[in-house]
Design a protein around this ligand. Structure first.
Ligand SMILES: [Zn+2]
Length: 342
Protein backbone atom coordinates (compact mmCIF):
# COMPACT_ATOMS: atom_id res chain seq x y z
CA UNK A 1 0.00 0.00 0.00
CA UNK A 2 1.52 3.32 -0.90
CA UNK A 3 1.63 6.17 1.55
CA UNK A 4 -1.02 8.25 -0.22
CA UNK A 5 -3.65 5.54 -0.34
CA UNK A 6 -2.95 4.71 3.30
CA UNK A 7 -3.45 8.34 4.24
CA UNK A 8 -6.67 8.60 2.27
CA UNK A 9 -8.04 5.50 3.99
CA UNK A 10 -7.10 6.90 7.37
CA UNK A 11 -8.82 10.16 6.50
CA UNK A 12 -11.96 8.31 5.40
CA UNK A 13 -12.07 6.42 8.72
CA UNK A 14 -11.64 9.63 10.71
CA UNK A 15 -14.30 11.43 8.67
CA UNK A 16 -16.85 8.65 8.97
CA UNK A 17 -16.36 8.49 12.73
CA UNK A 18 -16.89 12.26 12.95
CA UNK A 19 -20.09 11.92 10.91
CA UNK A 20 -21.37 9.11 13.12
CA UNK A 21 -20.46 11.01 16.28
CA UNK A 22 -22.27 14.09 15.00
CA UNK A 23 -25.36 12.09 14.12
CA UNK A 24 -25.59 10.80 17.71
CA UNK A 25 -26.14 14.34 18.94
CA UNK A 26 -29.27 16.36 18.57
CA UNK A 27 -28.99 19.78 16.91
CA UNK A 28 -29.00 21.60 20.21
CA UNK A 29 -25.85 19.81 21.32
CA UNK A 30 -23.80 20.96 18.36
CA UNK A 31 -22.36 24.35 19.02
CA UNK A 32 -21.27 26.06 15.83
CA UNK A 33 -19.34 29.23 16.33
CA UNK A 34 -20.46 31.59 13.61
CA UNK A 35 -18.29 34.56 12.81
CA UNK A 36 -20.34 37.71 12.65
CA UNK A 37 -19.83 40.56 10.22
CA UNK A 38 -18.84 42.69 13.21
CA UNK A 39 -16.03 40.21 14.01
CA UNK A 40 -14.88 40.28 10.39
CA UNK A 41 -14.89 44.06 10.35
CA UNK A 42 -12.98 44.25 13.61
CA UNK A 43 -10.39 41.92 12.06
CA UNK A 44 -9.83 43.99 8.91
CA UNK A 45 -9.47 47.18 10.94
CA UNK A 46 -6.24 45.90 12.46
CA UNK A 47 -5.03 43.59 9.70
CA UNK A 48 -3.49 46.19 7.41
CA UNK A 49 -0.79 48.83 7.97
CA UNK A 50 -2.34 52.01 9.36
CA UNK A 51 -2.51 54.94 6.97
CA UNK A 52 -2.86 58.43 8.35
CA UNK A 53 -4.67 60.32 5.64
CA UNK A 54 -7.23 63.06 5.38
CA UNK A 55 -10.36 61.49 3.90
CA UNK A 56 -13.88 62.83 3.94
CA UNK A 57 -17.15 61.11 3.06
CA UNK A 58 -18.96 63.96 1.39
CA UNK A 59 -22.75 63.76 1.37
CA UNK A 60 -24.02 64.35 -2.17
CA UNK A 61 -27.73 63.59 -1.95
CA UNK A 62 -30.06 61.91 0.51
CA UNK A 63 -28.38 58.49 0.21
CA UNK A 64 -25.22 58.98 -1.85
CA UNK A 65 -21.72 59.92 -0.71
CA UNK A 66 -18.40 60.57 -2.42
CA UNK A 67 -14.91 59.84 -1.17
CA UNK A 68 -12.77 62.14 -3.27
CA UNK A 69 -9.20 61.20 -4.11
CA UNK A 70 -6.53 63.86 -4.20
CA UNK A 71 -5.04 65.23 -7.38
CA UNK A 72 -1.71 63.62 -8.11
CA UNK A 73 0.07 60.76 -9.76
CA UNK A 74 -0.57 57.12 -8.84
CA UNK A 75 1.93 56.98 -5.98
CA UNK A 76 1.08 60.31 -4.32
CA UNK A 77 -0.87 60.45 -1.05
CA UNK A 78 -0.56 56.74 -0.34
CA UNK A 79 -2.20 56.06 -3.70
CA UNK A 80 -5.28 58.09 -2.75
CA UNK A 81 -5.89 59.55 -6.20
CA UNK A 82 -9.21 58.12 -7.35
CA UNK A 83 -12.79 58.62 -6.26
CA UNK A 84 -15.00 56.10 -4.60
CA UNK A 85 -18.56 56.38 -3.41
CA UNK A 86 -21.33 54.67 -1.54
CA UNK A 87 -25.10 54.64 -1.39
CA UNK A 88 -26.93 53.74 1.80
CA UNK A 89 -30.18 51.80 1.58
CA UNK A 90 -32.40 50.28 4.27
CA UNK A 91 -30.99 46.84 3.47
CA UNK A 92 -27.32 47.72 3.25
CA UNK A 93 -24.66 49.74 1.51
CA UNK A 94 -23.63 49.72 -2.15
CA UNK A 95 -19.99 50.76 -2.55
CA UNK A 96 -18.65 52.09 -5.84
CA UNK A 97 -14.92 51.41 -6.31
CA UNK A 98 -12.55 50.50 -3.53
CA UNK A 99 -9.59 52.92 -3.77
CA UNK A 100 -5.96 52.06 -4.42
CA UNK A 101 -4.84 49.97 -1.43
CA UNK A 102 -6.33 47.92 1.40
CA UNK A 103 -5.46 50.57 4.06
CA UNK A 104 -7.32 53.19 1.99
CA UNK A 105 -10.34 50.88 1.85
CA UNK A 106 -10.12 50.42 5.62
CA UNK A 107 -10.16 54.21 6.01
CA UNK A 108 -13.18 54.35 3.70
CA UNK A 109 -14.93 51.66 5.75
CA UNK A 110 -14.31 53.70 8.90
CA UNK A 111 -15.91 56.75 7.24
CA UNK A 112 -18.93 54.66 6.22
CA UNK A 113 -19.24 53.39 9.80
CA UNK A 114 -19.45 56.94 11.12
CA UNK A 115 -22.67 57.29 9.10
CA UNK A 116 -24.33 53.88 9.09
CA UNK A 117 -24.00 50.42 10.63
CA UNK A 118 -25.78 48.73 7.70
CA UNK A 119 -23.82 45.85 6.14
CA UNK A 120 -21.71 46.46 3.03
CA UNK A 121 -23.65 44.38 0.52
CA UNK A 122 -22.17 45.09 -2.88
CA UNK A 123 -19.00 46.62 -4.24
CA UNK A 124 -19.30 47.75 -7.85
CA UNK A 125 -15.86 48.06 -9.44
CA UNK A 126 -16.21 50.49 -12.37
CA UNK A 127 -13.11 49.03 -14.01
CA UNK A 128 -10.06 46.95 -13.18
CA UNK A 129 -7.34 49.55 -12.67
CA UNK A 130 -5.18 49.46 -9.56
CA UNK A 131 -6.31 52.82 -8.16
CA UNK A 132 -9.97 51.73 -8.10
CA UNK A 133 -9.41 48.10 -7.26
CA UNK A 134 -6.66 47.34 -4.76
CA UNK A 135 -8.89 48.06 -1.77
CA UNK A 136 -11.51 45.52 -2.86
CA UNK A 137 -10.11 42.71 -0.71
CA UNK A 138 -11.13 44.58 2.46
CA UNK A 139 -14.78 44.60 1.40
CA UNK A 140 -14.56 41.02 0.15
CA UNK A 141 -13.20 39.97 3.54
CA UNK A 142 -16.21 41.44 5.34
CA UNK A 143 -18.64 39.57 3.12
CA UNK A 144 -19.50 42.02 0.32
CA UNK A 145 -20.22 40.78 -3.18
CA UNK A 146 -17.71 42.10 -5.73
CA UNK A 147 -19.27 43.08 -9.05
CA UNK A 148 -17.22 44.02 -12.12
CA UNK A 149 -17.66 44.60 -15.84
CA UNK A 150 -16.90 42.16 -18.59
CA UNK A 151 -13.28 42.63 -19.63
CA UNK A 152 -11.99 42.56 -16.05
CA UNK A 153 -10.44 39.14 -16.55
CA UNK A 154 -8.28 40.53 -19.32
CA UNK A 155 -6.61 42.62 -16.62
CA UNK A 156 -6.58 39.83 -14.02
CA UNK A 157 -5.09 37.27 -16.41
CA UNK A 158 -2.71 39.61 -18.23
CA UNK A 159 0.84 38.35 -18.56
CA UNK A 160 2.01 41.60 -16.99
CA UNK A 161 -0.28 41.20 -13.94
CA UNK A 162 2.33 39.82 -11.50
CA UNK A 163 4.88 42.47 -12.52
CA UNK A 164 2.29 45.22 -12.11
CA UNK A 165 1.43 44.10 -8.59
CA UNK A 166 5.15 43.78 -7.75
CA UNK A 167 5.73 47.33 -8.98
CA UNK A 168 2.95 48.67 -6.73
CA UNK A 169 4.35 46.74 -3.77
CA UNK A 170 7.49 48.81 -4.27
CA UNK A 171 5.99 52.16 -5.23
CA UNK A 172 3.18 52.08 -2.64
CA UNK A 173 5.14 50.41 0.15
CA UNK A 174 3.99 49.57 2.84
CA UNK A 175 0.30 50.04 1.95
CA UNK A 176 0.47 47.71 -0.99
CA UNK A 177 2.45 44.76 0.32
CA UNK A 178 2.60 40.95 0.39
CA UNK A 179 -0.93 40.87 1.84
CA UNK A 180 -2.33 42.64 -1.22
CA UNK A 181 -3.91 40.49 -3.90
CA UNK A 182 -6.12 41.07 -6.92
CA UNK A 183 -9.67 40.21 -5.97
CA UNK A 184 -11.60 38.24 -8.53
CA UNK A 185 -15.16 39.44 -9.09
CA UNK A 186 -18.03 37.36 -7.70
CA UNK A 187 -20.21 38.59 -10.54
CA UNK A 188 -19.28 39.74 -14.03
CA UNK A 189 -21.78 42.05 -15.70
CA UNK A 190 -21.93 41.86 -19.49
CA UNK A 191 -25.05 43.91 -20.25
CA UNK A 192 -27.14 46.65 -18.70
CA UNK A 193 -28.42 45.30 -15.41
CA UNK A 194 -30.83 46.71 -12.86
CA UNK A 195 -30.96 45.67 -9.26
CA UNK A 196 -32.88 46.70 -6.18
CA UNK A 197 -31.55 47.00 -2.67
CA UNK A 198 -33.49 48.25 0.32
CA UNK A 199 -36.18 49.76 -1.89
CA UNK A 200 -33.76 51.67 -4.13
CA UNK A 201 -33.14 50.95 -7.80
CA UNK A 202 -29.69 50.82 -9.35
CA UNK A 203 -28.66 50.54 -12.99
CA UNK A 204 -25.31 49.11 -14.00
CA UNK A 205 -24.53 50.23 -17.52
CA UNK A 206 -21.84 48.24 -19.27
CA UNK A 207 -19.73 50.51 -21.46
CA UNK A 208 -17.23 47.97 -22.81
CA UNK A 209 -13.53 48.56 -23.46
CA UNK A 210 -13.30 52.35 -23.55
CA UNK A 211 -10.96 53.77 -20.90
CA UNK A 212 -9.82 50.29 -19.83
CA UNK A 213 -10.37 46.65 -20.87
CA UNK A 214 -13.90 46.94 -19.51
CA UNK A 215 -15.80 49.84 -18.00
CA UNK A 216 -19.18 50.26 -16.35
CA UNK A 217 -21.15 53.08 -14.77
CA UNK A 218 -23.57 52.89 -11.86
CA UNK A 219 -26.71 54.99 -11.62
CA UNK A 220 -28.38 55.35 -8.24
CA UNK A 221 -31.84 56.05 -9.63
CA UNK A 222 -33.62 57.44 -6.55
CA UNK A 223 -31.02 60.12 -6.01
CA UNK A 224 -30.18 60.69 -9.70
CA UNK A 225 -26.47 60.19 -9.11
CA UNK A 226 -24.24 58.59 -11.73
CA UNK A 227 -20.89 57.13 -10.74
CA UNK A 228 -19.09 57.14 -14.08
CA UNK A 229 -15.73 55.61 -13.22
CA UNK A 230 -12.91 56.76 -15.47
CA UNK A 231 -15.16 57.29 -18.47
CA UNK A 232 -15.16 60.84 -17.16
CA UNK A 233 -12.36 62.75 -15.46
CA UNK A 234 -13.48 65.87 -13.63
CA UNK A 235 -11.52 69.06 -14.38
CA UNK A 236 -8.31 67.33 -15.43
CA UNK A 237 -6.67 65.59 -18.33
CA UNK A 238 -7.94 61.99 -18.46
CA UNK A 239 -5.66 58.99 -18.38
CA UNK A 240 -6.06 56.90 -21.53
CA UNK A 241 -5.59 53.43 -20.14
CA UNK A 242 -5.55 51.33 -23.26
CA UNK A 243 -9.16 50.58 -24.17
CA UNK A 244 -10.60 52.11 -27.33
CA UNK A 245 -10.76 55.90 -27.68
CA UNK A 246 -13.30 55.66 -30.52
CA UNK A 247 -15.58 53.53 -28.33
CA UNK A 248 -14.97 55.96 -25.48
CA UNK A 249 -15.96 59.02 -27.55
CA UNK A 250 -19.01 57.15 -28.83
CA UNK A 251 -20.07 56.35 -25.25
CA UNK A 252 -19.72 59.95 -24.14
CA UNK A 253 -21.73 61.15 -27.13
CA UNK A 254 -24.50 58.72 -26.17
CA UNK A 255 -24.43 59.97 -22.59
CA UNK A 256 -24.72 63.63 -23.58
CA UNK A 257 -28.23 63.29 -24.85
CA UNK A 258 -29.66 60.71 -22.47
CA UNK A 259 -28.62 61.93 -19.06
CA UNK A 260 -31.04 63.39 -16.57
CA UNK A 261 -29.02 63.58 -13.42
CA UNK A 262 -28.66 65.51 -10.23
CA UNK A 263 -24.99 64.74 -9.97
CA UNK A 264 -22.25 63.01 -11.86
CA UNK A 265 -19.35 61.56 -9.87
CA UNK A 266 -16.33 61.01 -12.13
CA UNK A 267 -13.53 58.51 -11.50
CA UNK A 268 -11.22 61.38 -10.60
CA UNK A 269 -12.03 64.97 -9.66
CA UNK A 270 -15.07 66.88 -8.46
CA UNK A 271 -18.68 65.72 -8.64
CA UNK A 272 -20.62 67.88 -11.05
CA UNK A 273 -24.18 69.13 -11.17
CA UNK A 274 -23.68 69.84 -14.86
CA UNK A 275 -23.09 66.42 -16.46
CA UNK A 276 -22.91 67.85 -19.98
CA UNK A 277 -19.99 70.09 -19.00
CA UNK A 278 -18.26 67.21 -17.22
CA UNK A 279 -18.59 65.02 -20.31
CA UNK A 280 -17.42 67.78 -22.63
CA UNK A 281 -13.91 68.15 -21.21
CA UNK A 282 -13.03 64.45 -21.42
CA UNK A 283 -14.69 64.13 -24.82
CA UNK A 284 -13.05 67.17 -26.40
CA UNK A 285 -9.64 66.01 -25.16
CA UNK A 286 -10.13 62.52 -26.63
CA UNK A 287 -11.40 63.91 -29.93
CA UNK A 288 -8.49 66.31 -30.21
CA UNK A 289 -6.01 63.58 -29.39
CA UNK A 290 -7.50 61.31 -32.04
CA UNK A 291 -7.48 64.10 -34.58
CA UNK A 292 -3.87 65.24 -34.14
CA UNK A 293 -2.41 61.78 -33.71
CA UNK A 294 -4.59 60.50 -36.57
CA UNK A 295 -3.18 63.16 -38.88
CA UNK A 296 0.34 62.31 -37.81
CA UNK A 297 -0.21 58.62 -38.55
CA UNK A 298 -1.70 59.46 -41.93
CA UNK A 299 1.29 61.61 -42.78
CA UNK A 300 3.58 58.84 -41.55
CA UNK A 301 5.28 61.12 -39.06
CA UNK A 302 7.42 59.85 -36.21
CA UNK A 303 5.69 60.10 -32.84
CA UNK A 304 8.33 62.38 -31.30
CA UNK A 305 8.00 64.85 -34.16
CA UNK A 306 4.20 64.72 -34.12
CA UNK A 307 4.13 65.35 -30.39
CA UNK A 308 6.47 68.35 -30.61
CA UNK A 309 4.46 69.81 -33.50
CA UNK A 310 1.09 69.62 -31.73
CA UNK A 311 -0.51 72.68 -30.17
CA UNK A 312 -1.48 71.58 -26.66
CA UNK A 313 -2.49 75.04 -25.43
CA UNK A 314 -6.14 74.11 -24.82
CA UNK A 315 -5.14 71.46 -22.29
CA UNK A 316 -1.64 72.20 -21.01
CA UNK A 317 -2.83 74.23 -18.04
CA UNK A 318 -5.14 71.50 -16.79
CA UNK A 319 -4.16 69.30 -13.83
CA UNK A 320 -2.40 66.03 -14.76
CA UNK A 321 -1.34 67.35 -18.17
CA UNK A 322 2.38 67.08 -17.46
CA UNK A 323 2.14 63.60 -15.98
CA UNK A 324 -0.11 61.89 -18.54
CA UNK A 325 -0.37 63.83 -21.79
CA UNK A 326 2.68 62.44 -23.54
CA UNK A 327 1.85 58.90 -22.51
CA UNK A 328 -1.73 59.38 -23.69
CA UNK A 329 -0.55 60.77 -27.02
CA UNK A 330 1.73 57.79 -27.48
CA UNK A 331 -1.06 55.33 -26.60
CA UNK A 332 -3.39 56.94 -29.15
CA UNK A 333 -0.65 57.23 -31.78
CA UNK A 334 0.17 53.52 -31.51
CA UNK A 335 -3.49 52.44 -31.53
CA UNK A 336 -4.28 54.56 -34.60
CA UNK A 337 -1.18 53.28 -36.34
CA UNK A 338 -2.42 49.76 -35.65
CA UNK A 339 -5.93 50.65 -36.89
CA UNK A 340 -4.46 52.11 -40.10
CA UNK A 341 -2.77 48.84 -41.07
CA UNK A 342 -5.77 46.65 -40.19
ZN1 LIG B 1 -8.71 53.94 -14.67
Amino acid sequence: MNFNIKNKLLLAVVLSSIVSLASCHSDTDVKVKTISTADLEAAVLTKYPPLDIEMVAKKLTEHAYQIQGKAGIATDNGGFISNAGFVITDAGVVVIDSLGSPPLAVEMLKRIRKITDKPIKKVIITHYHADHLYGAQVFKEIGAEIIAPIGSYKYINAESAPARLAERRESLKPWVNEQTYIVKPDVIIDKTTEFELGGQQFVINVVGAAHSDGDLTLLAKEDGVLFSGDIIFGGRVPFIGGGSTSKWVETLTGMESGLKLNLLVPGHGDASGDPAAAIKLTKSYLQYMREVMGNAVEEMMEFVEAYEDTDWSNFENLPAFSSVNRLNANTVFLSLEEESVE
